[in-house]
Design a protein. Sequence first.
Length: 181
Amino acid sequence: MVPYLETQRLLLRPLNLSDAPQIQATFPRWEIVRYLVATVPWPYPADGAQKFLSGVALPAIEEQRAWIWSLRLKAAPDTLIGIIGLYDQKDNHRGFWLAPEYQYQGLMAEACECVNTYWFRELNRPVLRVEKAELNTRSAVISEAQHMRKIKSFNRNYVCGTLETALWELTREEWLFYHPQ
């Protein structure tokens, strides 16, 4: 259901229950969770990754409401460095996190380009929308580079509190314009 994907530097492996220990070891850091929605428990419980996988992510994948991958460097394929997912939800189609030690290298932009291609070409979706906290400027840089635009602002609850949020959008036609075959 969720295919293996790859980029120049990354392997995108379908999320699996066996990823729980690495997620649990990598994920619970303030730099990662602060701009995630408030449904993410904080402090992160010792069984948080296991519960997320078995209770949320894997059922959504099974029901084809989500396509979620672990991110791994090709140079270190056994090490999970983040997660990226596509979601069949109203106005919130993509989400991700990356361990801080791998940030500022263009890896997440590379992963986003890959899953955007899957969204538009394989799933044939008409629009990609993502919500993000206005304070999450690094994530905004990725959206701007991908020719997304802000279409709406509102408040949302995040792990760090209530913040102004922007809804970003990219249509399939716009994406195809920048990615001709």
